[in-house]
Every structure is written in C-alpha cells, then in structure tokens.
Design a protein around this ligand. Structure first.
Ligand code: GLA
Length: 427
C-alpha cells in the first residue's frame, strides 16, 4: 500500500474530512483530542509477566488466551482494582492467528481465543471495564505475527467492530523511518475515522531514537501515550535505567506531557519477583511523579497483600491522576540522593526523594523547603503528608525550615505538600 500521509496531506484530510478530530493546545503542545486519556491510562497489560506464552497445553493458566483476560477482568472488579481506577484490560503481542482471514482481516488464534475478540470485549465491558489490543505498524509484530502495514484502515475498522477501547501499536519490522512515522500518523487517523473511542498507545519515539531525536510536538498530535525507552523487565536494573533515561532526557520530554498525551515509561512490575519492597515503592512513587500510564503487568490471581495495597494506594494514584496533568521532573541529585517534584492542582506539590546508594542502611536527608516547587511550594508555610513508604501526617512547616527524612537503600520517600493558605480556605 502506498501511503499518502505527508504532513500536508494529513492537514488537508484532518480539516476537511474528520471534523471530529479537534486539535487541542492549551499546553503549548497540541494534543490529539479524541477526548481520551485526560489523565494517564490505568489498567493491566499482559506482556512483562506473561510474554508470548502460547503453550496452553502445558501451561493453561499462563498462556495468552481468552481465559487469562477473563480471569484478570473478574479479579479487577472483585479485588478492588477497578474501584482504585484500573480500567483497561490489555492484550499484548501473540494473540493473533498466524494468518489474516480470506478478507485480509486479523483474526485471533482460534484455539486460544475460541470466542474471538468481540466476545471477549463484550465480557470485559459487562464488567464495566475496557479492552486493549496490540498490533504493529510494520510488516510483522515483534513476535512475528501479522503486521498492519498495508492494512491500517481494515485493522482499525476490525478493532472498532470488535469493541476494542485501546490499541497498543508497536514499531517492529518497519522498513524505513518514513514508513514508521507515516504509519503511526495514518493509524491515528484511521482509528479516529472509525468513530469509536480508542486510546492510541504508540511506541513511535522508541523506534525513532536510533535515527534522530523524535519530534514530540508532532507525536503528541497523534498519540495518547508513547514509549520512549526500552522494555521494562522485572528487575531493579531495568526500573533504574528507565528512571535514569527519563531524568537525563527530561528537558525534551516533560513539557510535552499533559491531558490527552503522556510519556510512557512502560509497565508497573510491582507484585512480581524482581523488585525488593523498597524498589516497588520507588516504582510506584516515581510513576506517579512522572504522570505515567499505570499499566500493571503481574498476576492478579497471585499477588501479595502488600503489593496490592501499594498498587491500590489511593493517595499515590491521586498524584498520578492529578487533573493539572503536569509531569514531574528530577530537581536535583546530590550525594547519591535524588529529589523529584511534580506540581499538582490547587498549588500542591508531590516530592519524591530517592536513596541511590546501594551499600549501607537507611540514610538521612535534610531538605530545605524553600528549594522546592520553584520556591513557592511551601511559601509561607505548608502542611506535609508522607505518603510512602507509609502514610503519616508530618504537620505544618515554615518556608524557612527544613524537613528531615530517612530513606532506605534503593527506596523512596514520597511527600505531598499543601500550602497553608489553601488549607485554611478549605476549612
Ligand atoms: C516490544 C514492545 C513490548 C512488547 C513486545 C511484544 O518489545 O516494546 O512492550 O509489546 O514488543 O512482542
């Protein structure tokens, strides 16, 4: 298929043919306004925990099958995940049959998804949840299943007819960066054209970086969220590397995030095997600071009460979902301590302090409050609540004072600062 998606052509198409696709730009960066992802998407995504396990004979409970997603959907409702805000049950790679059907449409593997995706979507919807699916901009998915290149319209239409609510669009097996960019844009328009609300989750910048710096302003115009960096693994090295990449590139990526479009540092691996308790706290706290989509990849049938409490922490989720929609950033790094902050609505701030030192025990850190929130977070005074590792009201602090914390190795202390004036107004 020859793509005609030069920017000019897209502009023309956008203006004349798809009046429902309104461009929205009160952040300075114009966002895809399909009305979706006004706060970061929350849900569950199979990849990190279940990968491409297609062996349902040997491993019926952990293979990629309709049963897995139905069980997760049930648990999301019965175990409080939905009430906490987790809404999207998302299928990743390896759901497809190896061939398209006679009309060129994608089809689910008939053995593993005997009811097909439409029936699965109905089931997920009957639970009050939404269904996500996965496809690829190139000739094949990363795991080698049929790619969407040459089939963008038909695939968008198929997903809409099935009742899909989110598309994760991967970028493997694309033969040029022109095809990559054109394909990501084209699919955005094709989804919009179906008239169904489908969150569009891209990996465009991740596949662009090896060639040149991605144009984030453009990406935001087409995607609801976008992966920038390598896949998350169930390991501390992996989570650390994502945080390091994010802070080293924050000048390029933080400003562009906001309602409708988010940087995606990949799945939450809390509740699995690789992270210590303090490291799980770090992932949860920093994903909240980064305004990241909260897509868990774990086994909700076997998850510790501790991990569940952390993932369902309503105060931390509230920071992640803050309606102001500004992504946080690393404020400073000194003596193996990192301080991150994120502006919140009502002039509040979230502050995360990480202990990067991986030798020794908990370390004290004294933070002058005047250094936070561009000097105004605690001016003239503020009420500070520690949210993680445990919730604790620390009380009122003056602007000129400091706060002393103790942070476990590889762990994080997450604080919320609320201006005193605002609290008085509330009372
Ligand atoms: C890529 C993506 C992952 C996952 C796999 C599936 O590596 O980045 O998130 O979707 O493909 O094959």
């Amino acid at each position: 298929m020859k793509l005609k998606s030069q920017d000019q052509w897209l502009g023309y198409v956008l203006t004349l043919h798809f009046p429902s696709l309104v461009l929205w730009g009160d952040l300075g960066a114009v966002a895809l306004d399909n009305g979706l992802a006004r706060t970061p998407t929350m849900g569950w995504l199979h990849w990190e925990r279940f990968m491409c396990n297609v062996d349902c004979r040997e491993e019926p409970d952990s293979c990629i099958s309709e049963q897995l997603f139905m069980q997760m959907a049930e648990l999301m409702v019965s175990d409080g995940w939905k009430d906490a805000g987790y809404e999207y049950v998302c299928i990743d790679d390896c759901w497809m049959a190896p061939q398209r059907d006679s009309l060129g449409r994608l089809q689910a593997d008939p053995q593993r998804f005997p009811g097909g995706i439409r029936r699965l979507a109905n089931y997920v919807h009957s639970k009050g949840l939404k269904l996500g699916i996965y496809a690829d901009v190139g000739n094949k998915t990363c795991a080698g299943y049929p790619g969407s290149f040459g089939y963008y319209d038909i695939d968008a239409q198929t997903f809409a007819e099935w009742g899909v609510d989110l598309l994760k669009f991967d970028g493997c097996h694309c033969d040029s960066i022109k095809h990559l960019a054109d394909g990501y844009k084209y699919m955005s328009l094709a989804l919009n054209r179906t008239g169904r609300s489908i969150v569009y989750s891209c990996e465009w910048p991740l596949y662009m970086w090896p060639f040149h710096k991605p144009n984030y302003t453009k990406i935001r115009q087409y995607c609801n969220h976008w992966r920038n960096f390598a896949d998350v693994y169930d390991s501390w090295e992996s989570v650390k590397s994502i945080l390091e990449w994010t802070s080293s590139n924050q000048e390029k990526i933080v400003e562009v995030a906001g309602p409708g479009g988010w940087n995606d540092p990949d799945m939450l691996v809390i509740g699995n095997f690789g992270l210590s308790w303090d490291q799980q706290i770090t992932q949860m706290a920093l994903w909240a600071i980064m305004a990241a989509p909260l897509l868990m990849s774990n086994d909700l049938r076997h998850i510790s009460p501790q991990a569940k409490t952390l993932l369902q922490d309503k105060d931390v989720i509230a920071i992640n979902q803050d309606p102001l929609g500004k992504q946080g950033y690393r404020l400073r790094k000194e003596n193996n301590i990192e301080v991150w902050e994120r502006p919140l609505s009502n002039l509040a701030w979230a502050v995360a302090m990480r202990n990067l030192q991986e030798i020794g025990g908990p370390r004290s850190y004294i933070m002058p409050l005047a250094s936070l929130g561009q000097g105004v977070a605690c001016n003239p005074s503020c009420f500070i609540t520690q949210l993680l590792p445990v919730k604790m009201q620390l009380g009122f602090y003056e602007w000129t004072s400091s706060i002393k914390t103790r942070i476990n190795p590889t762990g994080t202390v997450l604080l919320q600062l609320e201006g005193k004036n605002r609290l008085h107004q509330k009372a």
